[in-house]
Ligand binder design. Sequence first.
Ligand code: FE2
Length: 263
Amino acid sequence: MEHLLDLERYPLHRPESPEYEKLVEQCRADLSSDGMFNLSGFFRPGIAQQAADAAKPAMDTVSFRHARKHNVYFKDDMPGIDDAHPAMIKSQTVNHTLCADQLEGNPVIDVYEWLPFADFLAATMGKEKLYQMDDPMARVNVQATRDGEGLNWHFDRSEFTTTILLQAPKVGGELEYRKDLRTPDDQNYEGVAAVLAGKDPKIKRIMPLPGALNVFRGVNTPHRVVPVQGDTERVIAIFSFYETPGVIFSAEEQIGFYGRSVS
Ligand SMILES: [Fe+2]
């Protein structure tokens, strides 16, 4: 694994060491203060681009073009408001997805299957254990966002999102987010409307570097990917872990996410 990951800087292979403990502590502190942590240079130099280049032939030919109109909730009804409320505005999101079964031999699969990676993520998230999925498609995805495309404002449905940017576009592609806009008890619909209108001064914008590991807590923090401009695609790897072993999506879920089923 040391040819892919900078294990001197990020000693995931030495969970008993004080350096590991310090790293986990820093990640937990960042998650709590910023809603995310970023480990730049997690991939060794060149590996992110190598992974993006390796994915490109399949991306150009067999990726699933996923286009949908959605609101921040991915839901048609929300308690206490109707369709006309500004928080319910739907926008179009488009991306191009490759699934794990289309990424054979790609470094992102090797990293996903390396058990210390899951153990490290679990430690940073305060989970007892995280398991790889058994789903042949969902385990790892590589998504490309092309000229004019972006990911619209939304709340995540899973607690954490784990990604590594493989290739940055020349213009656009930043992550914008508004930390802790809602709580489990308060949907803050007016706050959501303000974010959608671009009128919340607490919106922040970051551009992760290719090869950085990013863990993001997006359940109550709405976020979006700013539309990409130009010929260089934004390419990102997304890693899925669960607190129970052996998770497989149903055929319906697979078709909803990927346009095909392999179960
Ligand atoms: Fe998200």
